[in-house]
Design a protein around this ligand. Structure first.
Ligand code: IPE
Ligand code: IPE
Ligand code: MG
Length: 243
């Protein structure tokens, strides 16, 4: 796969774990556990085809209002996976990051996560960002609050605030915007994910439930993205490929 045709940043809304479990007659948490295989596959395929940034929506601000046993099982699963997978991530040159309100997490979860982030911070391959206790409106509100403080202190003037300026205050600062956003399980909405960053993203929706999502499904999404690029391509080279 030609490197220049691979998106730099793919973001995924991993959805359908609960429905997967229900279909199998299991508790929802088994759906979340089964979803870890899909995370592994997705991280691997991104490395294999040279994607630089993968952002996974793992837990939204709104997800805190799920039943408490589901929330606590998700927290345990997260810690377990971080401990288990960090050596593999490191071996594969993956740098782990997180965006979201980490201060809302139990201390042990935040600690393990921060350790893993530090441990992999020098890696130069894929940047794997987990969106945890993330919501886009929260992110934008936080940015606005920080900017307002600076303005109130007289450090900046209103006319200093442009797109690039505001982006410095978003949690995704330093990353390119996602060219492609994938959502599994047939739902077709953003659910408060990367509202600002998705301004020009292509969307790919698949009925596949997240625990069933495999490398082939990811490659299907990339293929669809590439076809769209060919149809609406910006360079003559891309248009030329169509005939
Ligand atoms: C996505 O699967 C995982 C999280 C939001 C944590 P869901 O748990 O939302 O699965 P469905 O939508 O109920 O099937
Ligand atoms: C979005 O999924 C959040 C994550 C995938 C982490 P939800 O299942 O929580 O979204 P809604 O409630 O269906 O919009
Ligand atoms: Mg869901």
């Amino acid at each position: 796969m030609g490197e220049q045709k691979v998106p730099r940043h793919v973001a995924v809304i991993m959805d359908g774990n609960g429905r997967w479990a229900k279909k199998a007659g299991l508790n929802r948490i088994f759906g979340h556990k089964a979803g870890t295989r899909a995370v592994k596959d997705t991280v691997e395929i991104c490395g294999e085809i040279g994607i630089k940034y993968l952002t996974l929506y793992a837990f939204s601000t709104e997800n805190w209002s799920r039943p408490s046993d589901e929330v606590s099982s998700l927290m345990s699963l997260l810690v377990e996976q971080i401990i288990k997978e960090t050596p593999n991530l490191d071996k594969n040159n993956v740098a782990l990051k997180a965006i979201g309100d980490l201060s809302s997490f139990p201390e042990n979860v935040a600690d393990k996560l921060n350790q893993a982030i530090r441990f992999t911070s020098k890696n130069t391959g894929l940047t794997l960002t987990l969106a945890l206790s993330y919501s886009s409106r929260w992110e934008i509100m936080e940015a606005v609050r920080k900017i307002a403080k600076k303005a109130a202190a007289g450090e900046i003037k209103p006319e200093d605030i442009g797109e690039k300026f505001l982006e410095q205050y978003l949690t995704t600062f330093g990353m390119p915007d996602p060219e492609l956003i994938i959502r599994t399980s047939g739902e077709q909405r953003l659910s408060n994910f990367l509202l600002w960053q998705a301004a020009y993203s292509e969307f790919y929706f698949t009925p596949v439930l997240w625990p069933d999502f495999r490398k082939k499904d990811f490659l299907d999404a990339i293929e669809e993205y590439r076809n769209r690029e060919r149809r609406f391509g910006k360079t003559s080279e891309q248009i030329g490929q169509k005939s």
